[in-house]
Design a protein. Sequence first.
Length: 202
Amino acid sequence: MAVPIFITAASVSAELHQAMTEARGLALTAKNARAVAVRAGSKTVGFRAITDFIEELASAIIAQSRVINHHAEKLSNQAVVAWQAENAITFFREVEREKPEHLASIQPRIRECDQNLASLDHELQIGLRDLIGQIDESNKHIRTANLIATSSHVEAATAGDFREQLEVIADNIRKTADRIASHLHRANSLLSQNHRERKIAC
C-alpha cells in the first residue's frame, strides 16, 4: 500500500527546509569569502568573482526550494481531497453490501466518487512528476556548486598568506553542497517511491 501522498509531501518539505537552511549558510560563506578577498587585494581578483557567483547560486537554490515547497503543499492538499473521496467510496460500498435496497439511490454517487477519484489520481501523478522534475533542476545547481568549490581551490592556491583561509572556505562550499545534495536526494527518493507505488496500485 502506497504511503499517503500528504505524508510524503510533509517529509519532502522537511528535507527542503533543511536544504534552504544549508543554502542560507552557503550565502553566508560567500560573504565571508568576499571579506577575505577584499583584505587580500589583487591576489584574489578571481576569487572575488567566484564569491558573486556563490551568492547567486545560494539565492537560486533557496528560490527553487520555495517553488518546490509550494508544489509539495499543493500536492498535499490534493492528496487530502483524494483520501476523502476514497473514504466516501468505501462508505458507499459498505452501504451497497449491507443495504442492497438502497443500491439504486447510491449508485450515481458511487460513479461520481469513482470519477472524481480517477481525476484526482491523475492530477496527483502529474504533481509527483512535476516535483521530481523540480528537484532534478535543483540538483543541477548543486553540481555547479561543486565546480565552484574546485575553482575556489585553484584560486586560493595563488592567494599567498590568505591561501589557508580561502581553502577552508572552498572546503565549506563543497561540504555544504554535499549536504544540500543529500537532502534533495532523500526528497527525490521519497517522491519516486510514492510515484512507483501509486502506479503499481493503479
